[in-house]
Design a protein around this ligand. Structure first.
Ligand code: SF4
Length: 271
């Protein structure tokens, strides 16, 4: 019965990012600002009042900016002003610096290239066999569902040479979820210290990036970057498995950082 069903269904495993997948861009990402006259006409202070977590602010010229590292995807701005705000759909939304998560972009391409080059040199040896350790530092559990999905037959990250390990001593990449609960600061730091060099830290989800809606408080830090040095910042509440996969491949230089949609050359390298 199960054999017949398997034969009937065929191969369901995605070939992404080497091959396109219609679902890759189907998941809602953090809010972004639509370029155009409506955004220019809306006073930034009025726009900022829409956001319960201060993710919307004004840039130095009075334009509207969204800090995607704070966006909890509540939808208030998109519902109130769909002419100004929209959901981002591109799964390649992980960045190598925290300021890059503020859109429209403010950092210079040269500064970003320098960070990207440094990380690529550091992780050169990790390209084809990479072991991941996950630490929950005060998560609501949503990111964990998405991370665990990476192991199912649809995403099957083993096809890309990515494997979870129980021991930090065997780990190359530390995936951290959660707002950085103060009670988890010690265990998280110990895990990081136990990993061999070169080690890469990915903050997975808005809570890990910026502390989320519960920060600042007596119980949490302002995100896991206050506890361990973060190399890759992945916003989303929660980020989709495609976005997590993109962050992992970005961390080991198999996807160009902040490249937007993959070029065919980059897609080939990511296989
Ligand atoms: S979706 Fe919600 S949290 Fe995100 S920027 Fe808009 S109002 Fe703020």
């Amino acid at each position: 019965m199960w054999v017949l069903r398997g034969l009937r269904n065929g191969v369901l495993t995605t070939g992404w990012p080497g091959r396109p997948d219609v679902y890759a861009n189907a998941t809602r990402g953090p809010a972004t600002v639509k370029p155009g006259p409506a955004a220019a006409a809306l006073p930034a202070a009025e726009a900022a009042r829409l956001c319960p977590v201060d993710a919307i602010s004004a840039d130095q010229d009075g334009g509207i900016r969204v800090d995607q590292g704070k966006c909890i995807l509540c939808g208030r701005c998109v519902a109130a002003r769909p002419d100004v705000f929209a959901w981002s759909a591109d799964p390649h939304r992980a960045t190598l610096t925290r300021p890059e998560l503020v859109v429209p972009a403010a950092e210079s391409p040269d500064a970003l290239r320098e960070v990207s080059d440094r990380l690529r040199v550091r992780t050169r040896a990790l390209r084809r066999s990479v072991h991941l350790r996950h630490v929950d530092a005060g998560s609501d559990g949503s990111e964990e569902w998405e991370i665990m999905a990476l192991l199912n037959p649809v995403y099957d990250i083993h096809r890309l040479g990515l494997f979870f390990t129980a021991s930090p001593r065997h780990a190359d990449i530390l995936l951290v979820t959660g707002a950085g609960a103060r009670g988890m600061a010690g265990p998280l730091r110990e895990t990081y210290d136990a990993m061999p060099d070169p080690k890469v830290v990915i903050a997975v989800g808005t809570d890990a990036v910026g502390g989320g809606i519960v920060s600042p408080s007596y119980a949490v830090s302002g995100g896991v970057g206050d506890i361990v040095p973060v190399d890759v910042w992945l916003p989303g509440s929660p980020p989709s498995p495609f976005a997590i996969l993109s962050a992992l491949l970005t961390a080991v230089g198999r996807i160009p950082a902040s490249a937007g949609p993959l070029t065919s050359a980059a897609a080939g390298d990511a296989r």
